[in-house]
Design a protein around this ligand. Sequence first.
Ligand SMILES: Nc1ncnc2c1ncn2[C@@H]1O[C@H](COP(=O)(O)OP(=O)(O)OP(=O)(O)O)[C@@H](O)[C@H]1O
Length: 281
Amino acid sequence: MTDAVRVRGLRKSYHGAYAVDGLDLDIADGEIFALLGPNGAGKTTTVEILEGFRRRDAGDVRVLGEDPQRAPRRWRYGIGLVLQNASDMADMTVVETVRHFAGYYPDPRPVDEVIELVGLTDKAGKKVRTLSGGQRRRVDVAIGVVGRPRLLFLDEPTTGFDPEARRQFWALIRRLSEEDGTTILLTTHYLDEAEALAHRVGVISAGRILAVDTPADLGGRSSSEATVGWIEHGETRRLRTGDPTAATLQLAARFDGPIPGLTVTRPSLEDVYLDLIGSPR
Ligand SMILES: Nc1ncnc2c1ncn2[C@@H]1O[C@H](COP(=O)(O)OP(=O)(O)OP(=O)(O)O)[C@@H](O)[C@H]1O
C-alpha cells in the first residue's frame, strides 16, 4: 500500500519555541485518519505544512508523493480543503458558489452531482447567506470535493452542528471514503467523531505524536481491564477484572438467573486520550 502522507522528523518553531517538535506520521492511501490533541498541540501547524501553506524548519514531508513546498501546480488539484467558512461569498447561490470553485480544477465533478452528494439539491438556488450554519458547512464540503481530490483535509468539520446534522455529515464522509477511496485527514476535538469515522487516530501533544492506533486499540484499550457492574441489596457494585466473561458467569450462577442492572464497560476513547495527554480525570 502506498502512503498519501509520509512525514519524518518534522519541526517548526515560532519565535524560538517549537510548535511541532520531531513529528513522524504515515497515512495510507484511502485511510480516514483523525489527528487529536489539546489546544496548542500543533495540529493546525502540522496540517498547514502538509497543505503547503506553511514552511517547515526541518524534516521530510511527502504528500501525494511530493514535497508540498516544491510541488508543481497540478499537485494542488489532488488536494481538497474544507476550511471554515470558505462558502461565505457575497450574495452567491449554492450552485453559483460550487460552479465558481469548480472552475479552478481541470476535471471537476459535475456541479449538480456535488450538490446532491452533500444533500443540498433543494437549496441549490438559495443564497448561501440564507442557509443555516450546518447547511453552509455542507457548501464548504462541496467546495472541498468538487475538484475530485485524492486527499481531503477536514478541519474541525462539525463544530456547531446539531446531533442529526453530525450524523448526516459522518455518512457523507464515509461515502467519500468508501465510494471514491478518498484519503481523509480530519482534525477534531470530538472523540466520538474520531471513533465513528477514523480507521486510525493519532494523538499529538506538545508537537509530538504520542500514540497512533485504531480507535478500538488506542492505548491498549481493547485489552485493558473491564469493569463489571451490577445491583445487589439496592446498591451498585463494581468489579474490575481481566476476564469479564468469567466474572459475569459467576454472578449469573450466584443470582441463579438474570443479573440485576448488569453492565460491562471498558475505558472509553476519551478516558484513554486523557490518560495519554496526562490530564487528570
Ligand atoms: N503564526 C503563529 N505565530 C506564532 N505562534 C504560533 C502561530 N501559529 C501557532 N502558533 C503557536 O504554535 C503552537 C501550536 O499551535 P497550533 O495552532 O498548531 O495548535 P492546534 O493543535 O491546532 O490548536 P487548537 O486545537 O487550539 O486549534 C501554539 O503554542 C501556538 O500558540
